[in-house]
Design a protein around this ligand. Structure first.
Ligand code: 13P
Ligand code: SF4
Length: 321
C-alpha cells in the first residue's frame, strides 16, 4: 500500500542519515526481512544476529526481534546505539526465567556449569558460565560433557531435553517453554503427514518431544533453512514460526512449504505459529525509533551487568567460530 511504501522510503533515508543498520530475525514479518536485506542489514538466527551486530561498523543497530536480542547486541557493542521498534517485544522463555529465582536455583547446585539459552535477560546471562543458541547447543553440551561437567540448562525444557537425549550429558533443566513452539500438535501433524506423505518434516527443537519425534530434521532456524534447500523432498512441513518461510522459500523456490498445525484453528488459534512479540516489529515502529531515538526505543544495560554477561556471550562466539 502507499502507506507501507512511505514508511519503507522513510526508513531507507533514515538508515543512511543516521548511519544505522537493521538486524532482523527470521521470525519477523516478511516485509521487515525484505527491508533489512535491501538496505544491507542482516536477516539471521540469534547467533548470526549477535555476530553481525558486533562486527558491523554502523553507529546504530536497529534490532528487529525481541528484547533479549537487543540486549545481546548492546552487551557486545556498548559504544553503539541499540534501538528497537518496541521494548515490549518480550519472549516467553525470558519471562519464564526471572533473575532472582534463577540465581537461587544456581546457588542450590554450585557443582553445575550454568548454560543459558540466548533467550534470557542480561541479568540471567550474567549468572551463567555459557550462553548458547540452538544452532550450537548440541555441540557445546557435548563438549562440556566430554570435560565431565554437570550442567544446569535454562530456560527451555524442550530444547534441554533434546540436547540431553542427543548428548547423554547430566543436565538439570529449568522448565520454561516457547509459547509458539509449544502449540504444535502431534495428532494434526500426523494427519497432515498422511495428506502429504512425500513431505519431509522440519522441526525446531523448542517444540515438544512428540513433535521432535516426528521430525526428519531437527535444527535451529538457520539449520532448517539449509535442510529445506538440500533435502530431495519437493514438499516440506515446518514446525517453527512461519516467519521463516520468507527465507526458506527464497532458498528453495520450487518447493511447497506447509506450516505444521497448531492448537486451534483460525480465530481460536493462540499464536498460529507466529510469535506475537516478533510481530510487533512493524514499519511504523521502526520509523519512529529511527526518527526519535527516544528512550522508549533505546536498549540500556548497566556496566556491571554488561561486564558479567559479556563473558559467557563471548565464550559462545569463540566456541561457534
Ligand atoms: P534461532 O534463530 O537461534 O533458532 O532461535 C529461535 C528463536 O526462538 C528465537 O526467538
Ligand atoms: Fe521467544 Fe518463542 Fe517468540 Fe522465539 S518464538 S521470541 S522463543 S516466544
Amino acid at each position: 500500500t502507499d502507506e507501507k511504501q512511505f514508511y519503507r522510503e522513510r526508513i531507507k533515508a533514515l538508515l543512511i542519515e543516521k548511519n544505522a543498520v537493521i538486524v532482523a530475525h527470521y521470525y519477523t514479518d516478511p516485509e521487515i526481512q525484505a527491508l533489512a536485506e535491501e538496505t544491507g542489514g542482516c536477516v539471521a538466527d540469534s547467533l548470526e544476529m549477535a555476530r553481525f551486530g558486533a562486527r558491523h561498523s554502523a553507529a546504530t543497530l536497529l534490532v528487529a526481534g525481541v528484547r533479549f536480542m537487543g540486549e545481546t547486541a548492546k552487551i557486545l557493542s556498548p559504544e553503539k546505539n541499540v534501538l528497537m521498534p518496541t521494548l515490549d517485544a518480550e519472549c516467553s522463555l525470558d519471562l519464564g526465567c526471572p533473575e532472582e529465582d534463577f540465581a537461587r536455583f544456581c546457588d542450590e547446585h554450585p557443582d553445575r556449569t550454568v548454560v543459558v539459552y540466548a533467550n534470557t535477560s542480561a541479568a540471567v546471562k550474567a549468572r551463567a558460565d555459557w550462553v548458547v543458541t540452538s544452532s550450537i547447543a548440541v555441540e557445546l553440551i557435548d563438549y562440556l560433557d566430554s570435560l565431565g561437567e554437570k550442567i544446569i540448562w535454562a530456560p527451555d525444557r524442550h530444547l534441554g531435553r533434546y540436547v540431553q537425549q542427543k548428548t547423554g550429558a547430566d543436565i538439570l533443566c529449568w522448565q520454561g517453554a516457547c509459547i509458539v513452539h509449544d502449540e504444535f500438535k502431534t495428532q494434526s501433524l500426523s494427519k497432515m503427514k498422511a495428506l502429504y506423505p512425500e513431505a519431509a518434516v522440519l522441526v525446531h527443537p523448542e517444540s515438544p518431544q512428540a513433535i521432535v519425534d516426528f521430525a526428519d530434521v531437527v535444527g535451529s532456524t538457520s539449520q532448517l533453512i539449509k535442510a529445506a534447500q538440500t533435502l530431495p523432498n519437493k514438499s516440506l512441513i515446518v514446525a517453527t514460526d512461519k516467519g521463516i518461510f520468507y527465507k526458506m522459500q527464497q532458498a528453495c523456490p520450487e518447493k511447497s512449504l506447509y506450516i505444521a498445525p497448531t492448537a486451534g484453528e483460525g480465530a481460536t488459534c493462540r499464536t498460529c505459529a507466529h510469535c506475537p512479540w516478533m510481530a510487533m516489529n512493524g514499519l511504523k515502529a521502526i520509523t519512529q525509533a529511527l526518527e526519535s531515538y527516544g528512550e522508549q526505543h533505546q536498549i540500556h544495560v548497566s556496566d556491571n551487568l554488561r561486564e558479567k554477561a559479556m563473558l559467557p556471550l563471548n565464550r559462545m562466539l569463540d566456541f561457534a567460530e
